[in-house]
Design a protein around this ligand. Structure first.
Ligand code: NI
Length: 161
């Protein structure tokens, strides 16, 4: 396991559309482990593969609900409601902004064993899912911010994704 370098805004790779994962190879397994390690080391609640320079449809999420989510080739199949709140991103260090996201989403994805599963997410988990999935299509939350992007004043102000 290793902590990988997190790409930051301005890096072209963050604007690219990622390719589906076809199989779980030892290399991909290592990537998943490294993404968790990188995410935890940076105090993040979510990380998408392009943030460590890999253009694959893979995200890791841990919003401290007792689960470590690996979402491979994820798709949002349903969404409902609305939540408006602060968001941050490990690729946009030191910044935060207000973004409106669905309150609940249903996601279809493959897990780390490439087995299909469905996840029903709400609140912070739904926000993290939406934020991370957008990374897979080369989109950063800064494009969705309502008002100004602000400097983070305290580390607790926002979940970094
Ligand atoms: Ni992010």
């Amino acid at each position: 396991m290793a902590v990988r370098q997190i790409r930051v805004i301005g890096d072209e790779i963050l604007t690219k559309k990622c390719k589906p994962v076809k199989e779980m190879t030892p290399r991909m397994k290592e990537l998943v482990e490294d993404m968790f390690e990188t995410m935890y080391q940076a105090n993040g609640v979510g990380l998408a593969a392009p943030q460590v320079g890999i253009l694959k449809r893979l995200v890791t999420i841990d919003v401290e609900d007792g689960n470590q989510y690996v979402l491979i080739n994820p798709e949002i199949t349903e969404q409902e409601g609305e939540q408006t709140g602060y968001e941050g991103c490990l690729s946009v260090p030191g910044k935060t902004g207000i973004v409106t996201r669905p309150e609940r989403v249903r996601v279809r994805a493959l897990d780390a064993e490439m087995e299909p599963f469905e996840l029903e997410a709400e609140g912070l988990l739904a926000r993290a899912v939406c934020h991370e999935l957008a990374h897979l299509d080369g989109q950063l939350y800064v494009e969705l911010v309502e008002g100004e992007l602000m400097d983070v004043e305290s580390e607790e102000e926002s979940g970094e994704e």
